[in-house]
Design a protein around this ligand. Structure first.
Ligand code: EPZ
Length: 455
């Protein structure tokens, strides 16, 4: 990379920031990246601080914009957030939580879905809440019906307004509920956990999500004084308690970022050591990675990933945990465009999470997306028919092209595709990657990627 745009950070580490990159592909990515705490745990554990009467400390918090959005939302609700006692830790003092004003909340909600998880904690603290319309990646219509149905069962009144939703307890304490999710939704499971822990009585949650980030949130809540038992076949029981205290917790590592860099090593025929990655939470990914021609070595402080010989085609269906995560498929698809033969990636969690393949086709990939999937059978999410399958035929040499990043994980794939392609690509909208990948450009730079920040 020749002409970086660098701004100084408080700690002096010059990050690379930028929204449009000129990327020259054809060079393997080699070196080490370190992943911090999981974006999809840290943001939820931050919301949980509202439930405690005393201060909490969260460690290994990634410096990403999704965290910054939740931090400012907590601050407009009166939570004092300060740097913790070690780098990457934050301390939250919720002793002065008061209701914020709509314009302040809306100004801070940003492109995030996390505000919906403020409902339970604010209802317990203030008896009311206003949640603006949600942002987040455009990978489907991402409804919140499971969330609102659950909140009503806890005894909240929910009023939909043009600009968001207003909730109230009507001056009474929320009570436990029996909730059976139509689909093991991660967000809806978190909604129930964050509400049930201080509701009066017992809550039984069936068909719950059990992702490692969910289990880590349960660990956080247990540290606060919650009583949560996890039964076989996705049943979670929560005995509500009157009070909760603060916690001190080190977040689980970010599996999605770790898997992203592993797929980048596969696609660019490089070798990347991902510091902080652990085998247990990535078992399914590692199996698919190996079948696709990857080699990995589990070490004490991380996992070394590289390609071993030729890439091989695979058939993958995304699913809830312990299946192959929907967040893992996009970076893997880039590598599959270089495999000899036909691969199939069947997306079953979101109805529009294969849109990113358009840009890969523009670069020369042979990918056909079947909007009705491989069989038109009924879906786990009864309301929508969201079968989607991409058939990838390789190997097809990728050529540089001008592309625009569509969402977080799709955008990561576009950058890796540009690094895999021959020639130069201009990739716009890269800034979105700061939502989920800490110091993304600095990491690319450290891995030897050849790029310039144009703007
Ligand atoms: C979380 O999204 C993650 N985001 C996603 O990661 C991840 O892909 C997803 O879980 C699945 O693991 C965060 O944690 C911030 P869901 P979430 O509720 O909670 C449907 C990333 O890149 N549904 O499990 O929104 C929904 O439409 C992001 O880090 C309803 O129908 O996912 C989807 O089809 C992308 N009604 C399915 O369930 C509802 O009320 C799974 O969604 C809620 C969900």
């Amino acid at each position: 990379m020749t002409t970086p745009v660098r701004d100084a950070l408080p700690d002096g580490v010059p990050p690379l920031t930028g929204d449009v990159l000129a990327i020259r592909g054809g060079r393997p990515l080699r070196g080490r990246v370190d992943v911090k705490g999981a974006k999809n745990l840290a943001t939820k554990a931050m919301v949980a601080t509202l439930l405690g009467d005393t201060a909490s400390t969260l460690r290994d918090v990634p410096a990403i914009s999704d965290v910054a959005v939740v931090r400012s939302l907590l601050e407009v609700h009166g939570v004092r957030v300060t740097e913790g006692d070690e780098p990457g830790s934050l301390t939250f003092d919720p002793s002065d939580v008061e209701s914020a004003h709509f314009e302040e909340i809306d100004a801070h909600a940003g492109a995030s879905r996390i505000p919906i998880l403020f409902c339970g904690p604010l209802l317990h603290r203030l008896g009311q809440a206003f949640i603006p319309d949600l942002g987040g990646c455009r990978i489907g219509d991402r409804p919140i019906d499971f969330h609102l149905d659950a909140l009503r069962k806890f005894g909240a009144t929910v009023e939909k307004l043009p600009s968001g939703i207003r909730l109230s307890t009507g001056g009474t304490r929320l009570h436990g509920a029996n909730i059976h999710l139509p689909y093991p939704s991660v967000g809806a499971t978190e909604q129930v956990l964050l509400t049930a822990v201080r509701a009066e009585g017992v809550t039984e949650l069936r068909n719950a999500a059990i992702e490692p980030e969910i289990m880590d949130l349960i660990a956080v809540l247990q540290k606060m004084g919650a009583i949560i038992s996890y039964e076989p076949n996705r049943v979670i029981l929560i005995e509500g308690v009157e009070k909760l205290r603060g916690y001190d917790h080190r977040s689980i590592f970010d599996r999605n970022e770790a898997a992203s860099w592993a797929s980048a090593a596969l696609a660019t025929d490089g070798e990347i050591f991902v510091g902080g990655a652990k085998q247990q939470e990535m078992l399914t990914f590692l199996n698919v990675f190996r079948k696709a021609g990857g080699w990995f070595d589990i070490q004490e402080d991380g996992i070394l990933f590289r390609r071993e010989g030729e890439l091989k085609p695979v058939v993958v269906e995304t699913d809830v945990h312990p299946g192959f995560m929907t967040d893992w498929q996009q970076p893997l698809v880039v590598a599959l465009t270089q495999a000899e033969g036909r691969s199939i990636v069947h997306e079953t969690v979101y109805e529009n999470r294969l849109g990113f393949t358009d840009a890969l086709v523009k670069m020369g990939a042979d990918i056909v997306v079947h909007p009705r999937g491989l069989q038109a059978g009924p879906r786990r999410v009864p309301r929508r028919d969201l079968e989607q399958a991409a058939v990838i035929t390789g190997p097809t040499p990728l050529r540089g092209a001008d592309i625009v990043v569509p969402d977080l994980r799709g955008g990561y794939s576009h950058v890796i595709a540009a690094l895999t392609a021959e020639g130069e690509s201009k990739v716009s909208g890269v800034d979105i990657l700061n939502r989920g990948y800490e110091k993304f450009l600095a990491k690319l730079d450290a891995l030897g990627a050849d790029f310039d920040v144009l703007r």
